[in-house]
Write a new protein. Structure first.
Lengths: 332, 350
């Protein structure tokens, strides 16, 4: 097995492991369904799939309470679902419907579910990073015990606002965790062409923030490291920075494979598909006897049914009335 | 009669404070900066969700005295200095606003807001709309426009035209101590992002200011002086100069109606159009640049909706479309004054 779950999952209770698997599988199945739908041109919004990266939202968000805050980015379907965002509202948003989480005004890149603690998602690289820092400031000022998490890619590490945010969060010991999902590419630009060293996790230690790195395709490792840093933040020890290395299987946006473009090799992609976070963990759970093939079939069928119902709901829902164009500019 | 005005620091301090000379009997007269200080103090004591952040808000200058020592009264958690990270801190204010707090983020110059444009334009102003009204961003961005003493190109910009262009951002530009207080209260209580651009020269003016908190609605202008011959539309320091000009013009028998917009977004179109309907002439006086600025927008609105009322072409008195020069002789040419307004009015009513 290309991923070693044995040691990293030592402290995970069986129900927790199964829960992590289910969260990942649900994200994967949703995205597979979106990939089927996308060519029909009914979803008229650029989708940025996180297929191959599911372990990170699953492992991180399993440590968060509903009241905790998440700021996501344009590749946010996984964060949304893992944080507890409503599935039907997500699909309705993709179809541009009034029942969408952003009433059809956000699209795939601007998901929100305030009740679930997802405060929003930005399609400006790094845009959510200071906002999450501010949510953590709010938690600190109001002494709510909540924490804030922001997800971003290796491209956002090149943005100055990350440095600014980390400096402030460290200064004020804010309960915020910076999660870098390093999939090695910013659209088609490889990390090696943008950054002199492959050391994202080390970069900010000079600001006084601890930096960690872990296998972003190993959900047990993601869970355990996130648990540590989230507990520390919640207990007043301040922020942490975590780099999870992972890989996206499809293009920057849309649902197609793009190895033929030449910016990454087919072999590299195939190596990472071998390291599929969902399939490998499924095999591990089967091997451990924690789950059976019948269980898996039942779980999959349940999710497929739920997703199908949400797709039907989204398709059948009305578009926003034209009069809504001018609504919501100001909050009431 | 023409008013001469020399651009040096001493004359600014000597001549500026006395403008609001028409005090009502028995009214309390305080400076613009004191009115802001008092309002911040009252707002901080009113609600513990309100907090003030900004570079130097707790320093010995206290943001022109408007926040002086408030950190000692309310603690360093509610009035705090920030790193010089304008974009990051703007996002921090947004995150706090989305989660129940009421941040006031202060800058001593609007020029520094340009460093935060990504958060202001891409995030703060769009958050409500982009998420279908799921969550609001009740925050205040405050900055004081500089002028004179060689402040030059990056310390004296009037950038309200840029910000007026951005949907979702309310834009406030007071001109009197009374308005400064009432508009600040409304801005902090508003459930949306509000930018307040003060003019630094106004901070030394004095005027009648009630002690108790009161609100002036955002989006409502005020007629500062009634007149039948011509409408002058202005805001902030331009309103003061327009009033000075109107008083001089009265001596020559020309009655200009002076409108002080108070807020540029939302814009009180009604008060402008009602006045132009009466006078048939519009002069827009704006401290900003001429091209694609606030004066252009106001002119366009009147051209579209009030054209039948117009007896003469609309005119604008604005800054030239160049950066602010430092040397005081060029500075004198860069800034318009009362004389330019008087000249424009006389040509229009001739």
């Amino acid at each position: 097995m290309p991923i070693d779950f044995e040691s990293s999952s030592r402290d995970l209770a069986p129900e927790l492991s199964i829960g992590l698997y289910k969260t990942m599988l649900r994200i994967r199945l949703l995205q597979s369904r979106i990939r089927e739908e996308y060519p029909k041109d009914e979803i008229k919004t650029p989708v940025h799939l996180c297929v191959g990266q599911e372990a990170i939202p699953a492992g991180v968000c399993a440590n968060l309470n509903k009241e905790d805050y998440v700021l996501s980015n344009y590749r946010g379907h996984g964060h949304y679902l893992a944080k507890g965002g409503d599935l039907k509202s997500l699909l309705a948003e993709l179809y541009g419907k009034k029942a969408g989480c952003s009433r059809g005004k956000g699209g795939s890149m601007h998901l929100v579910d305030v009740d679930a603690g997802l405060l929003g998602s930005s399609s400006i690289v790094g845009g959510g990073i200071p906002v999450a820092t501010g949510a953590a400031l709010s938690a600190s000022l109001q002494e709510t015990g909540r924490v804030a998490v922001t997800f971003f890619g290796d491209g956002a590490v090149d943005e100055g606002v990350l440095y600014e945010s980390i400096n402030f969060a460290t200064l004020k010991k804010l309960p915020v965790i910076y999660i870098c999902e390093n999939n090695f590419y910013a659209v088609c630009s490889p990390q090696r062409d943008r950054q002199p060293l492959n050391n994202i996790y080390e970069r900010f230690q000079g600001c006084g923030i601890p930096g960690y790195k872990a296998d972003g395709n190993n959900v047990a490792e993601v869970y355990c490291l996130s648990k540590k840093v989230i507990e520390e933040a919640r207990n007043g020890a301040g922020p942490s920075f975590v780099e999870f290395q992972t890989y996206r299987w499809y293009g920057h946006s849309g649902g197609e494979t793009d190895a033929e473009l030449g910016y990454r090799s087919k072999e590299e992609l195939e190596d990472w598909i071998e390291k599929c976070p969902v399939k490998n963990f499924e095999q591990f759970l089967l091997g451990k006897g924690l789950i059976s093939n019948e269980d898996i079939a039942r779980i999959r069928a349940g999710f497929m049914g739920e997703i199908e119902e949400a797709v039907d709901f989204a398709k059948a829902s009305p578009f926003p009335d034209e009069k809504e164009l001018l609504d919501h500019l100001y909050y009431e | 009669m023409k008013i001469s005005f020399d651009w040096d620091k001493k004359s600014v301090e000597k001549e500026e404070p006395g403008f609001e000379h028409k005090s009502k009997p028995g009214a309390r007269k305080i400076s613009y900066a004191s009115a802001l200080y008092e309002t911040f103090d009252q707002l901080l004591s009113l609600n513990d969700k309100i907090f003030i952040m900004g570079q130097g808000v707790d320093d010995p200058f206290g943001m022109f005295g408007t926040t002086l020592n408030l950190h000692k009264k309310y603690g360093a958690r509610r009035v705090f200095d920030t790193p010089l990270s304008e974009e990051g801190m703007m996002g921090v204010a947004l995150g706090a606003a989305l989660t129940g707090m009421r941040p006031i983020y202060m800058h001593n110059r609007p020029d520094f807001l340009l460093v935060a444009m990504n958060q202001i334009v891409n995030h703060v102003s769009k958050w409500s709309y982009m998420f279908g009204g799921a969550v609001g961003a009740p925050l205040v961005i405050w900055a004081a426009i500089g002028r004179g003493w060689g402040s030059a190109a990056q310390h004296s910009q009037n950038l309200h035209g840029l910000f007026m262009h951005v949907p979702g951002l309310k834009l406030v530009m007071p001109s009197t101590p009374y308005d400064a207080k009432g508009l600040l209260v409304s801005s902090v209580l508003d459930p949306n992002p509000v930018m307040i651009l003060e003019h630094r020269w106004l901070l030394k003016h004095s005027g009648d200011v009630p002690e108790k908190l009161y609100q002036i609605p955002l989006g409502k202008g005020v007629v500062r002086k009634s007149g039948k011959d011509l409408t002058i539309v202005s805001a902030s320091y331009a309103a003061i100069e327009s009033m000075r000009a109107a008083e001089e013009l009265s001596k020559d028998g020309i009655e200009a109606e002076v409108i002080d917009l108070r807020t540029l977004q939302p814009l009180d179109e009604e008060i402008i159009l009602d006045s132009v309907k009466k006078t048939g002439r519009l002069l827009v006086v704006d401290t900003g640049w001429r091209r694609a600025g606030a004066a252009s927008e106001i002119s366009a609105i009147v051209a579209e909706k009030g054209f039948p009322y117009l007896k003469k072409p609309i005119r604008r008195v604005t800054s030239a479309d160049v950066p602010t020069p430092a040397c005081h002789t060029l500075e004198k040419s860069f800034y318009f004054g009362v004389n330019e307004i008087i000249d424009a009015v006389k040509e229009m009513v001739r």
